[in-house]
Design a protein around this ligand. Sequence first.
Ligand SMILES: Cc1cc2nc3c(=O)[nH]c(=O)nc-3n(C[C@H](O)[C@H](O)[C@H](O)COP(=O)(O)O)c2cc1C
Length: 313
Amino acid sequence: MFEKNSLFLAPMESVTDCFYRELILKNYPDWDVLSCDFLRIPSTGIYPRKHILKHFGDSHYQNPIIRKKTIYQLLASPQSYIQETLEELEEMNFSWVDLNLGCPSKTVCKRQGGSYLLSNLVQLERMIKTMRSSFTKFLTVKMRVGFQDDKNFERCLKIFEDNGIEAITIHGRTREQLYKGKANWDYIKKAVNLVKVPVIGNGDINSYEDAQRIFDYTNCHSIMIGRGALGSPWLAKNIREKKDLQKEEIQQEREYFFQSYKKLLKHYNQNESLILRRFKGFARYMFGQDESDLKKRGLLLRSSNLNEFMLNL
Ligand SMILES: Cc1cc2nc3c(=O)[nH]c(=O)nc-3n(C[C@H](O)[C@H](O)[C@H](O)COP(=O)(O)O)c2cc1C
């Protein structure tokens, strides 16, 4: 499904919707694999097909090449309609489903979904078996290294391997850590030695140099980038070209990103205040800590309308 050294754009709730992924596919084709943010499987019944399609993006679904390189991520709890949803995705001919085992949200974990499942191996195994028996195409998981601690880490890997999971993405933090400290790539290295399926390294890859280091240190099959891609959607190209950008080049890339994204969103009749809110979300991640960067970021975040934001770029 994906070659060695592939670059994955991480699923990110309220970011990686079909508009954003369309921009990435058009402007930053060095990303090899994309993912939609998670669809929460309900516990009251199965979503209508229309809703499943809308979450993924109808036009992306209609295009077999895009469909093949886009992961459909799911968030499930033991009570949810897992089997029926997977059967529906199979029938709709989706080629890649991923289970979210990293979401740290209190509400999600209270309902025994996301990272909570790493602490309940009986439920985890039952869920993986159900998914595997209902979906014949590519099935993967994306995990943190544990819920409160890492004591189940190796047993989780074994559950995945023994039950037909075909690739494992690892974010080197427990749920307890949220985003604190540094992601610990030792877990990724350990998993590479323990399992035969591809391991995708994730966590704190923000530059070409980081990408090089995680490949060298862990020998992982591929990497996935989240916040680093939010801040630098052009990062996959830098990694392929083996260089990080200079400050002036970053400024140019940033302007190009916002200009072309604005054009795309306007084309889809998105209203200006929604676009502004979305852009501020990106601006938060796009600047360094030096004085001029902080000043620029402050100006962008204070912009009261889209025009002002674009002029402040
Ligand atoms: C805004 C945001 C939304 C996220 N939404 C999801 C999601 O829908 N599914 C998921 O598996 N992980 C989600 N994550 C986690 C990322 O995919 C990734 O695992 C995490 O940010 C660590 O990687 P990074 O250091 O490259 O950001 C989200 C992260 C961020 C910052």
